[in-house]
Design a protein around this ligand. Structure first.
Ligand SMILES: O=C(CO)COP(=O)(O)O
Length: 230
C-alpha cells in the first residue's frame, strides 16, 4: 500500500458481482495498468476468489470477522479471505459497523496473516484512537455525504485537514478520504488537503463509462501526489 491509494468499494450494487462485476473489474484493471497505479477493490465475499485469480487488482473483503475457527455460522474469517486470494479488508464501514474490540481483533489477525486492514471512521475525532490500533490505513467518510455526489473534499475540507492532523499523531498509518467523490478534481483536492488517497463507490459503480471515471480519478491523484512531492 503506497500513495496514491485508490480504493473502490463495490458495495452490493447489481454490477458488484457476477459477469457484470467481472466486466467493471476488467475496466478498472485496464486503468490501473495504464497508469501503473495499483487499485484496491473491496468486493462482495463471493467475488474475492474470482477477482484475485482473474485480475491483478488488489482485492479486499468489505468486512471480516476477527473470530477463531469453529462453530461460527455465517462468519467470514481473515483466513478464508486470504485463502481466496484477498489481500486485506475494510473494517467498520458506515454501512457495516462493528464494535471497537471486534475491529481490534480483526486488525491483529490480519496483521499476523500478512493482510492489510483499512478501518473506516465517520468523524475525525476517531482517527487518533483508531490509529493506535495500528491498521494500515484509516478511511474517513462523513456518512451524510456517502452516495450524494457531494465530495467531502469540497463540502467538508476541514474533515480531511483535521483527520490529517490526527493521523500525524500515530506512525505508519495512511489516511484516505471518501464520501461523495465524483471527479478527478475531488481527488486532487483531497490529496492537496493531505490525504494519501481516496475511497469511492457510487461514482464508479453507477457510471455509464466507469473506465473514463476511474481514469480521471487516477490521473488527478497522480498529479496531486506529484505536486505534493512524495
Ligand atoms: O462509502 C464509500 C466508500 O467506502 C463512499 O461511497 P460514495 O463514493 O458512493 O459516496
Amino acid at each position: 500500500m503506497k500513495p496514491p491509494i485508490i480504493l473502490i468499494n463495490y458495495k452490493a450494487y447489481e454490477n458488484s458481482y457476477g459477469e457484470k462485476g467481472m466486466e467493471i473489474s476488467k475496466k478498472i484493471e485496464k486503468v490501473s495498468k495504464e497508469y501503473g497505479v495499483p487499485i484496491i477493490v473491496s468486493v462482495p465475499a463471493t467475488m474475492i476468489y474470482r477477482l484475485s485469480k482473474e485480475t491483478e487488482l488488489i482485492v479486499y473483503a468489505q468486512h471480516v470477522d476477527g473470530l477463531d475457527h469453529g462453530a461460527k455460522t455465517g462468519s467470514i474469517l481473515p483466513e478464508m479471505v486470504k485463502d481466496a486470494g484477498g489481500k486485506g479488508s475494510l473494517l467498520n464501514h458506515s454501512e457495516r459497523r462493528i464494535r471497537l474490540d471486534e475491529i481490534h481483533d480483526a486488525i491483529i489477525r490480519m496483521r499476523k496473516l500478512g493482510m492489510e486492514s483499512v478501518v473506516c471512521v465517520d468523524r475525525y475525532e476517531l482517527v487518533h484512537s483508531m490509529g493506535i490500533l495500528n491498521p494500515d490505513a484509516i478511511l474517513i467518510e462523513p456518512p451524510e455525504l456517502i452516495g450524494t455526489g457531494i465530495a467531502v473534499s469540497k463540502a467538508k475540507p476541514e474533515v480531511i485537514t483535521r483527520a490529517v492532523d490526527e493521523i500525524k499523531k500515530v506512525k505508519g498509518v495512511y489516511l484516505i478520504a471518501g464520501a461523495g467523490i465524483t471527479s478527478g478534481e475531488d481527488v486532487y483536492k483531497a490529496i492537496e488537503l493531505g490525504a494519501d488517497g481516496i475511497g469511492v463507490a457510487s461514482a464508479v459503480m453507477k457510471a455509464k463509462d466507469p473506465e473514463k471515471v476511474v481514469s480521471d480519478l487516477v490521473s488527478q491523484a497522480l498529479k496531486a501526489i506529484d505536486k505534493r512531492g512524495f
